[in-house]
Write a protein that binds this ligand. Structure first.
Ligand code: BES
Ligand code: MN
Ligand code: ZN
Length: 512
């Protein structure tokens, strides 16, 4: 990952390959953002005019490259749009800083060192810029043929690796708050980028067993207690949902429990992640055109895993248990059939009407297992329904909950960290659509409101009296389009930062 430093150096004398500055969208054209005064001065105060000539307006996502002024050690200036000017006396919005830094980092792919002269008014701003840089500078090239051939990787060969070094100018390297902000950003984004790697890893390499082994190794490294239930243990424990979904695959399912505990904690959060390492649909097979990206169906488990490790690395004063419900959903002679009835871990029976509604089955078992510990709250994260994508599009996740105040708190946390999310209801009338003539409940209900139906199904497997929220990340988990802001193509790591923020808020006693 990109190496980050806080620097008090002045832009002109700095040895770097590029200097990044901000441009604001002013009423009468582009305005150079604070932080870039020295650069503007070297252009005789005419930088805004130069940028305007080059077509810059200061819009979000905009990148303008220009030669550095005479006397500068760095050869290149990269001007990134910050969007509208903030209100008088208000600082820049954290998300605007994150996005601009991420856009710049992406524009600097293949560059060794860049100095970021973006507006920093406090440590929080430095943290936002740091996050943007580290998130934007992500690339996944493990499987590029030339990587193996050159030995040093495709990056070394074509010089197109991510930005190697970023110095944040105007940062205060001796200030504790600034240092803490950089450390936090580094820990969170390192784990988040690892979640992206897991999502991007092809499903022939990342099966439930492989995922569990990675979780085990990371847990060991960070002092997290880990327990892996393999098929035998799942049978013994009666985890009919996870077993039923994994039954058709040559790679058996796993339930991974990660327990991070702090001696100073008085609250306990449980995170539950859907970890379908590949979703073919099972016997209710998905048609071509709907299965090419289904390696992303373990994004929820990847997010939970990353968040628990980040909480441990940050030493948060809260107990956090992560549950990864891992299975591969495949059709075969041993697969669960539409019409089969599963006896779930909770004891309830489920008639499987559609084997492609598998996420709720693995989650049901993990939610019940999480409930047995009576945590203060449970949050599950899942690429659960295409319906949620239809409702909210590909960049926003839906939040459902059995407690309105908690749903709002989760939404606020998501907004705060820059993860677009929206509250969704759990309408009671949709429950009867899942009535089954044979079992306690069916795994499918009305087609309309499919995301909410799935939420109602999950609610049945949350222990009595436990506060619970469900994040349906089917839309934002995997970016099928081009990169934007600090979001790459492919796995995005969505929900990691929301979960970490929830853990921080809980540790601080600001949540429930
Ligand atoms: N993993 C899918 C949901 C999904 C779709 C995630 C697209 C990401 C992108 C899930 O397991 C699924 O297949 N859901 C079905 C449920 C239906 C059969 C009730 C769906 O949404 O069509
Ligand atoms: Mn499915
Ligand atoms: Zn699925």
């Amino acid at each position: 990952m990109t190496a980050l430093t806080l620097s008090t150096a002045a832009a002109p004398g700095l040895r770097a390959d590029a200097i990044v500055i901000g441009v604001v969208k002013g009423a009468e054209g582009p305005v150079v953002a604070p932080g870039a005064e020295a650069v503007d001065k070297a252009y005789d105060g005419k930088l805004a005019g130069v940028l305007e000539t080059l077509g810059a307006a200061g819009a979000e996502g905009e990148v303008t490259k220009l030669p550095a002024p005479a006397g500068f050690k760095a050869p290149l200036v990269v001007a990134v749009g910050l969007g509208a000017e903030p209100e008088k006396d208000a600082g820049f919005d954290a998300e605007a800083l994150r996005k601009a830094a991420g856009v710049a980092a992406r524009a600097l792919t293949g560059t060794k060192k860049a100095a970021f002269a973006l507006p920093l008014t406090d440590a929080a701003d430095a943290g936002a810029v740091a996050e943007g840089v580290l998130l934007g500078a992500y690339s996944f090239d493990t499987y590029k043929e030339s990587a193996a051939a050159s030995g040093r990787g495709a990056r070394a060969k074509n010089g197109k690796g991510p930005l190697a070094e970023a110095a944040l100018l105007g940062g205060k390297p001796r200030d504790r708050a600034y240092k803490a902000a950089i450390e936090r950003a580094t820990a969170v984004v390192e784990e988040l980028n690892r979640a992206r790697d897991l999502v991007n890893t092809p499903p022939n390499d990342l099966n439930p067993e492989a995922f569990a082994a990675i979780a085990q190794a990371a847990a060991k490294e960070h002092g997290i207690k880990v327990q892996v239930l393999d098929e035998k243990a799942l049978v013994k424990g009666g985890y009919g949902g996870i077993l039923g979904v994994g039954a058709g695959s040559a790679s058996g399912p796993r339930l991974v429990k990660l327990s991070y505990t702090s001696s100073k904690a008085d609250k306990h959060l449980a995170f539950v992640g859907k970890g379908i390492t590949y979703d073919s649909g099972g016997i209710s097979l998905k048609p071509a055109g709907h299965n090419e990206t289904m390696k992303c169906d373990m994004s929820g488990a990847a997010a939970v895993f990353a968040a628990v490790v980040a909480a441990a690395r940050l030493g948060l004063e809260v107990n956090v248990t992560g549950w990864l419900a891992l299975a591969e959903n495949m059709p075969s002679g041993s697969a669960t059939r539409p019409g089969d009835v599963l006896r779930m871990y909770s004891g309830k029976t489920v008639e499987v009407l559609n084997t492609d509604a598998e996420g709720r089955l693995v989650l049901a078992d993990a939610l019940w297992a999480a409930s047995e510990e009576k945590p203060d709250a449970i949050v599950d994260v899942a690429t659960l329904t295409g319906a949620m994508m239809l409702a909210l599009g590909s960049r926003t996740f839906g939040i459902m909950a059995n407690d309105e105040a908690f749903r709002s708190a989760v939404h606020e946390a998501a907004e705060e960290v820059g993860e677009p999310a929206w509250p969704m209801p759990l309408p009671e009338h949709l429950r009867k659509g899942m009535d089954s003539p044979t079992a306690d409940i069916a795994n499918m209900g009305e087609r309309m409101g499919g995301g909410l139906v799935a939420g109602l199904f999950l609610r049945e497997f949350v222990g009595e009296g436990i506060t619970w929220a469900h994040l349906d990340i089917a839309g934002p988990a995997f970016n099928e389009g081009g990169p934007f802001g600090y979001t790459p193509k492919g796995g995005t790591g969505t929900a990691v930062r929301t979960l970490v923020r929830l853990a921080e808020l809980t540790a601080a006693g600001d949540l429930g």
